[in-house]
Design a binder for this molecule. Structure first.
Ligand SMILES: [Zn+2]
Length: 322
């Protein structure tokens, strides 16, 4: 009986979860800090725990804020075929052509990242401690979502091809099993991005282009792999859950030829480079004077409320997911 309930809740998770798993989001934000130049590192490094832990805040907000969901993806194949020339990259032109409601229903991640970049640049100009940290952390989330192939496809959870669950498989199960042991996160240095709009659209188009392989390879592997070896019951947080087996996960990662590691690395590089670009565009403010500041009472209350609301919502829906 218990197993049946847990299986049901796992499937519910798979249809609800549209982002890098919490594990990968945290890792990505964490590693991005180390690409920064010394003048920024002196501020970011002491706050690395915040930047890591709060990497998932935008996902937590999805339950409370209706407009939040659209900021995490773009179902770009709704607008035709690669490279989707029908869809203007300028927000104003896209609104003129399709209307804001249509854009919101098919996702707005590339545009929202530019909004976030504006907010972060302003925060640096004002030397606003709280706003710099919150916007750095959250832009990290949206940038990494833009690197996930299934965030750029209408078939985002394999629901159109009988592959439900593939979303969390690609972005949660594989990194959780392999990132620590096998992935290399030594990346180098952040760079200044001259044209952030062009940069992020290129990443989104790469994601869209890769979505096909993500789906096709899993389908192919599923047909080759013995049915009873595809899933396994494994213990997690004192619960027994059904998930893709380790062997199946390793075989899938091998078929993708390092794609997930590559997209994690590119996310890390892009995040650090967006932080750096915002700081340069704000006139390279001296951050050393901010190091001794801390979050206000109101900020702390806001973080607590976000987390409590998310937990209550999760409990209400019977989910056991992190
Ligand atoms: Zn997300």
């Amino acid at each position: 009986m218990k197993k049946i309930f847990l299986l049901v809740s796992l499937l519910a998770i798979n249809t609800q979860c549209f982002c890098w798993g919490f594990y990968a989001h945290k890792k990505i934000n964490y590693y991005a800090v180390f690409l920064l130049p010394p003048q920024m590192l002196l501020f970011y490094k002491p706050h690395i725990d915040f930047i890591t832990e709060h990497a998932t805040d935008p996902d937590k907000r999805r339950y409370a804020v209706a407009a939040e969901g659209a900021r995490h993806f773009i179902d770009i194949d709704h607008y035709g075929k690669y490279p989707f020339e029908e869809l203007p990259h300028q927000w104003k032109d896209a609104v003129k052509k399709f209307g804001a409601d249509t854009l919101a229903s098919y996702g707005i991640v590339p545009w929202h990242i530019q909004t976030m970049l504006g907010r972060l640049t302003k925060a640096f100009k004002e030397k606003n401690f709280s706003s710099i940290l919150k916007n750095s952390t959250e832009i990290g989330h949206y940038i990494s979502d833009a690197h996930v192939p299934l965030h750029a496809s209408e078939n985002h959870n394999g629901q159109l091809t009988n592959q439900k669950g593939i979303h969390a498989f690609w972005e949660s199960r594989v990194p959780e099993l392999l990132a620590e042991k096998k992935f290399d996160f030594f990346i180098g240095k952040a760079v200044y991005i001259k044209d952030p709009q062009k940069f992020i659209w290129e990443r989104v188009l790469e994601s869209a282009n890769a979505a096909d392989s993500v789906l096709k390879f899993e389908k192919k592997l599923s047909m080759q792999f013995p049915g009873d070896k595809k899933f396994a019951f494994e213990k997690r947080n004192n619960l027994v859950i059904k998930q893709y087996s380790s062997d199946y996960t390793i075989a899938y990662d091998k078929m993708l030829n390092g794609m997930i590691e590559r997209r994690m690395r590119q996310s890390i590089f892009a995040i650090a480079s967006f932080w750096y670009t915002a700081w340069i565009n704000a006139g390279q403010p001296d951050l050393s004077s901010l190091s001794k500041q801390s979050f206000s009472e109101n900020d702390l209350k806001e973080f607590e409320k976000l987390n409590d609301d998310w937990k209550n919502n999760k409990a209400a829906k019977g989910r056991e997911h992190e």
